[in-house]
Design a protein around this ligand. Structure first.
Ligand SMILES: NC(=O)c1ccc[n+]([C@@H]2O[C@H](COP(=O)([O-])OP(=O)(O)OC[C@H]3O[C@@H](n4cnc5c(N)ncnc54)[C@H](OP(=O)(O)O)[C@@H]3O)[C@@H](O)[C@H]2O)c1
Length: 216
């Protein structure tokens, strides 16, 4: 752990920062000129993904469920925030991109977002499914990929642990972004380990932002 990083922030680092970094730079090659749509953008992985995508030069649109989260993700660099409770996120993403759609979607919600996400992907766009907070999505009809030559892939961080060079690169590049001030870790709330159940309830309440840390 670099001296500049506290134990609490270090606990917030591996799963969330590396998941965001590898989706944006190993599964996908994010760069200038691209637009990235990040679901759950105020959450643990989301708020880091917003910053890493911005650091790569992309335009970033985040989806959130409240006005306070919309303000938070803009503070962390998102160009646009979509409150999906107030309207249809895919229609709004299409509107924000002048009808072109987005190049990459990071989706850990699943059931309520994946199918709709395909309707706001740009030609050759890419959707990465890495969780299912909203339940597993319906099976994908592969012929839908033909419509715009798009692709859907999955991501799980454990895969990277089996590729040591990739793991090392992700850690080095992520620490570099933190040292450069381009990525700020957000610990939204800490709980004593004995109150782990409360941490779960808080996350389920949709009120949490950034990483929740349990202190032993
Ligand atoms: N594949 C991997 O390697 C990997 C690694 C890390 C995490 N994950 C997955 O990524 C997701 C995000 O993890 P995280 O730790 O960063 O959590 P998180 O995003 O902080 O999770 C909480 C947020 O998810 C959003 N959400 C959307 N639909 C939800 C639903 N049906 N129920 C509860 N929350 C919902 C809510 O934000 P809004 O209300 O603003 O939408 C909520 O505040 C999780 O599903 C996790 O399992 C996968």
């Amino acid at each position: 752990i670099p001296d500049s990083i506290s134990f609490e922030h270090a606990a917030a680092f591996p799963v969330q920062v590396l998941t965001a970094w590898h989706m944006l730079h190993t599964s996908h090659q994010t760069g200038p000129g691209q637009t990235v749509l990040v679901h759950s953008a105020a959450g643990g992985v989301g708020i880091v993904a917003v910053q890493i995508a911005k650091a790569a030069g992309a335009r970033v649109i985040g989806t959130v469920s409240s006005a306070s989260k919309a303000a938070l993700i803009k503070e962390y660099g998102a160009d646009d925030a979509i409150n999906y409770v107030a309207g249809d996120f895919a229609a709004e993403a299409n509107r924000l991109t002048g009808g072109r759609g987005v190049d990459l979607i990071l989706d850990a919600v699943g059931a309520t977002t994946m199918d709709k996400g395909l309707t706001c992907l740009a030609p050759f766009g890419h959707l990465i499914l890495y969780g299912r907070a909203g339940g597993p999505p319906e099976p994908l009809n592969l012929f839908r990929l033909f419509e715009k030559s798009i692709k859907v892939s999955g991501f799980v961080l454990y895969t990277v642990t089996a590729v040591p060079d990739a793991m090392r690169r992700g850690i080095e590049e992520s620490f570099k972004l933190i040292a450069q001030g381009k990525v700020k870790l957000l610990v939204g709330k800490s709980f004593p380990l004995a109150q782990a159940a409360d941490a779960h309830k808080f996350m389920e309440s949709r009120q949490s932002t950034g990483k929740l840390v349990l202190i032993p």
